[in-house]
Ligand binder design. Sequence first.
Ligand code: ZN
Length: 180
Amino acid sequence: MQEKPLVILNDAVTPTQLLTQFIQVARTQYHQLRIRDHFREDHPMVARFKSNRLHVSNATNGHISYGIFPTITSFSSSCVPNLHPHWNGEFMQLRAVQDIQAGTRLCISYDIGALLLETQARQANLLKYYGIKCACQVCNGGEAEILKSDWRRKSILPVVMDKIGPEKRQPTKTEVIISL
Ligand SMILES: [Zn+2]
């Protein structure tokens, strides 16, 4: 499945700056955007921005761009996601990164850049930037499960680089996620 962003915004998150960007969104669509609990105290516009966004491109003019994707951001968060949101410049496309049995809950990582961090740091990032308290199998697992996962994440890059072989390029996000 794929979703076109309602609007693409940069991280200049003062309400006035956001207003000039959100103005392109129809009023009803704007009011239907979710506000996650973590952002309830923020300005409603900032809260909607942070609660419905996915990263689309890196900094230009010092700003990082995010698309507002009300449907894809309704998917559960997971630190071992079975879907990978891939931005093709026009649409965010969800691609499977593992075989998915019928009836399995579909989940994405909201912060792919943080997937290799240890559990505590990953959870802190998700809450701060996306308002998400991750309740995935790893985050909800016991201490042993978390230790095992943290160790895997720490040692994963050399494993992926090894698979890539002599090319010596940086692994893609998809290659890293598949190896989780
Ligand atoms: Zn998690």
